[in-house]
Write a protein that binds this ligand. Structure first.
Ligand code: ZN
Length: 490
């Protein structure tokens, strides 16, 4: 049985639909689950639904379980009535409190039963969130405990409630991968990647990319994948491209409380703004100085609303990018917002081979906009398929110019892709829009493609006619290849 269907891929990014049977709703992904504190509601859940289109939210069952005021009403009326929200409600188990305070007073069976009894649509067992960088033995021991809890959770009768299988393993890629494979094997429904908040708080986006890709190797295409605690819109595109489907955020409210203003490029302080760089109703109707003179509650409410507009706006942008096949172009733009995001994008490209497996074969366009573009999965795929082409002649010209009858065959060459049979010149991805002034990485990638082709055909004599390639690229071309410059006189 699967509750998750993928409608479209781009890199490892997925446009999907999560069927939540207990709520009777289908949630479109990627999406964000606003975190609703049962005690303090910055923006009412009904407003999240009507104004921002929220189809799903997350609240903490452990807080409700321990609350003298709310425990009984939650049990009597159910969460949907208590929060006044008709969409899907996911509940967390208290694992976060466990990580913060060292112990909690419920077992997985108890808290899952409680989540079921209060009408949660997606429940969570009590896993152990192991922080980054701990000793390996601690990561292994805690992962073993988490895995026992997941097996217990898989055996609890929770009716139509979906149950999550969190993936832990700290910053050890092999443990994360193994944890992903184990979580998938439990047959549970949703896969949160746990204990990544410290990485995001410290802007360690390269480490985050490595952790997510390790989890995904283990999980395969089981889904949906929830990046637990990821609430900053600046990283949605990157996380989606790595294969994350769900995000959750208390950031919209927590940041608003501290006069912090979210943008897709990072965070601004209200005090530093003379103008609002945003088109949402809050920013269109007010100026920063107006907000600064307001009372605390009114200001917090407006900032939280702006933060939500930006958050949902970026979710829609990510969805459209997956639909349009230009998610990596969006990741590239976001990567320029902060140097740590650039690191994240570069780390993502280290996993281009993994992303290539689900990337679609053809898209409308490929925009080569940076040095990093030369490492995209599309280029890797093009080069890995060069061995599919037969070469019958003894001499082959690889050229950026026109063909020449003196050779048995003429192939085209185009940075960053490298060599290609001429009949493929008008097909994706060779139809890429490439700038005239290329970074040397693009030439080097093309040279690697030449080397690969030469490798596949050791008995063929190759000549490469290149258009002023830099030495760093020509050095990568095998010595057996006869090199000519396109504009040199013969
Ligand atoms: Zn705004």
């Amino acid at each position: 049985m699967t509750n998750f269907e993928v409608r479209a891929y781009d890199a490892a990014g997925r446009l999907g639909e999560l069927d939540v049977p207990r709520a009777g709703v289908t949630v479109e992904t990627p999406t964000i689950l606003p975190v609703v504190n049962p005690h303090v509601q910055t923006v009412d859940p009904s407003a999240l639904e009507s104004e921002f289109g929220a189809e799903i939210l997350i609240t903490n069952s452990y807080i409700l379980h321990g609350s003298e005021d709310l425990r009984e009403p939650a049990l009597e009326r159910g969460l949907h009535d208590l929060l006044d929200f008709d969409g899907a409600i996911m509940t967390d188990s208290g694992s976060f409190q466990l990580a913060e305070y060292g112990e909690i007073s419920v077992t997985t069976e108890e808290i899952l039963q409680f989540q079921h009894d209060i009408g949660s649509d997606i429940g969570t067992p009590v896993d152990i969130p192991t922080p980054p960088d701990v000793d390996r033995s601690q990561a292994e021991d805690e992962l073993a405990t988490t895995q026992e809890r997941l097996e217990i959770a898989a055996g609890v009768d929770t009716g139509e409630m979906l149950v999550t299988a969190p993936v832990q393993g700290s910053t050890y890629p092999d443990l994360r991968e193994q944890a992903g494979a184990h979580a998938k094997a439990t047959g549970l429904d949703v896969f949160p990647l746990g204990a990544v908040v410290p990485l995001m708080n410290e802007y360690r986006y390269a480490d985050l990319a490595n952790v997510v890709s390790a989890c995904k190797r283990g999980l395969g295409e089981a889904g949906p994948v929830h990046l637990f605690g990821a609430g900053h819109p600046m990283m949605f595109a990157m996380a989606a491209a790595l294969g994350c489907d769900l995000f959750d955020s208390a950031a919209y409210a927590l940041y608003a409380r501290d006069d912090r203003y979210l943008t897709v490029r990072g965070t601004e302080l209200l005090d530093d703004l003379d103008y609002f760089p945003c088109e949402c109703p809050v920013c269109t109707d007010h100026t920063p100085s107006e907000l600064r003179t307001m009372g605390e509650d009114a200001r917090e409410d407006l900032l939280a609303r702006h933060n939500l507009y930006v958050t949902y706006g970026e979710i829609r942008r990510v969805r459209q990018a997956i639909r349009g096949g230009n998610l990596l172009e969006l990741v590239e733009v976001r990567a320029r917002g902060h140097p740590a995001m650039t690191d994240g994008y570069r780390a993502l490209l280290d996993h281009a081979e993994q992303l290539e497996r689900t990337d679609r074969v053809s898209k409308d366009a490929f925009f080569h906009t940076s040095a990093e573009s030369a490492r995209r999965p599309e280029i890797l795929r093009h080069q890995s398929r060069l061995d599919r082409f037969e070469i019958t002649g003894d001499t082959v010209l690889l050229t950026e110019g026109g063909s020449n009858d003196r050779y048995d065959e003429t192939w085209g060459v185009r940075p960053p892709f490298g060599p290609y049979p001429r009949e493929l010149g008008d097909t994706y991805p060779l139809t890429a829009e490439v700038p005239d002034r290329l970074h040397r990485d693009a030439y080097e990638a093309a040279a690697d493609g030449v080397a690969r082709l030469v490798d596949c055909h050791p008995d063929v004599a190759f000549t490469l006619v290149h258009d002023d390639w830099p030495a760093s690229a020509l050095d990568r071309v095998p010595e057996t290849v006869d090199l000519r410059d396109l504009h040199a006189r013969e």
